[in-house]
Design a protein around this ligand. Structure first.
Ligand code: SF4
Length: 281
């Protein structure tokens, strides 16, 4: 998330701002309305349904400590990533690699240097521009649909009206946009708004299931909403980034490297996998 690039130029209220630069805070001025309250209620119910036990905060703290000891404590880059740029990038990143996402974003910015140009793009031409990122038809539809909604409801291509809004309400608004699920919303909330959201991707879901931190049947959204309130203050960014790194390098989908995993001492699956094979710390 820290590979900030400048690109599409914002219009309307933010016309003089190039995406990728730090966005200044603006007080919440409404906009999501009563509908977001409904989404907030649904989200609360989901979180309650999957809420972890009382030991979860302590276990998450220990996991974070062990990961930081191995990988350090990575943080978000020095400045916040512009929310609209982050939204476009995160939609492009769905079901593809970082390299393909970046290629698709580069093509998009070359073809549509400003947000009004992007918002006015023909769907078929936008699809062509982002084809390298995969799922081009669905992603083009999501990007155009989200930009249209944001312009219609906020009066410009800006999400600054979310600043100052409580996290559940801001998430409810974002997840009401086309193509934006809890994971995408949480990435924006954490990296663009500095809120204590906890995005869960497929790596984090796999690792936290193996650790027994979320139920085996948990979805990405349920895992995110159940873990989020139990992550210690200040741990959301490093724990998110370190769990992804662990999932890529150690706790791989097949043949996890349990014997050299920094979490072996706290992992039930690791204990089963290494029974009689390694001296556990
Ligand atoms: S001990 Fe094994 S299963 Fe557990 S987190 Fe580490 S690699 Fe994954």
């Amino acid at each position: 998330m820290g590979d900030a690039r400048s690109g599409v130029r914002a219009a309307g209220e933010g016309a003089d701002r190039v995406l990728g630069t730090s966005a200044c805070g603006a007080p919440y001025a409404g906009g999501a309305g009563d509908r977001s309250a409904l989404f907030g209620r649904r989200e609360r119910l989901m979180a309650e349904a999957v809420r972890g036990g009382p030991k979860l905060p302590g276990r998450l703290r220990e996991v974070s400590r062990l990961l930081s000891r191995r990988f350090g404590r990575p943080g978000a880059c020095g400045h916040e990533i512009d929310p609209i740029r982050n939204l476009v990038l995160t939609i492009l990143s769905q079901n593809t690699t970082d390299a393909n996402r970046d290629r698709a974003y580069d093509h998009l910015v070359k073809r549509y240097p400003t947000l009004p140009e992007l918002a006015a793009a023909r769907p078929s031409e936008l699809e062509e521009a982002i084809r390298t990122g995969g799922l081009a038809k669905a992603k083009a539809k999501s990007i155009l649909g989200a930009l249209a909604r944001i312009k219609e409801e906020g009066g410009g291509y800006s999400l600054d009206f979310l600043r100052g809004m409580p996290l559940p309400r801001a998430r409810a608004y974002l997840t009401s946009l086309p193509g934006v699920g809890v994971k995408t919303a949480n990435i924006l909330l954490l990296f663009s708004f500095g809120l204590p959201a906890f995005p869960v991707d497929t790596h984090i879901l796999r690792v936290t299931k193996r650790l027994g931190l979320v139920p085996a049947a948990a979805t990405l959204a349920k895992a995110a909403l159940s873990l989020e309130p139990h992550v210690a203050t200040g741990d959301h960014v490093p724990l998110h980034l370190n769990l992804i790194r662990l999932g890529r390098e150690v706790c791989r989908p097949r043949n996890p490297l349990c014997a050299v995993c920094p979490l072996l001492s706290v992992c039930p699956e690791g204990a089963r996998n290494t029974k009689g094979k390694v001296c556990r710390p």
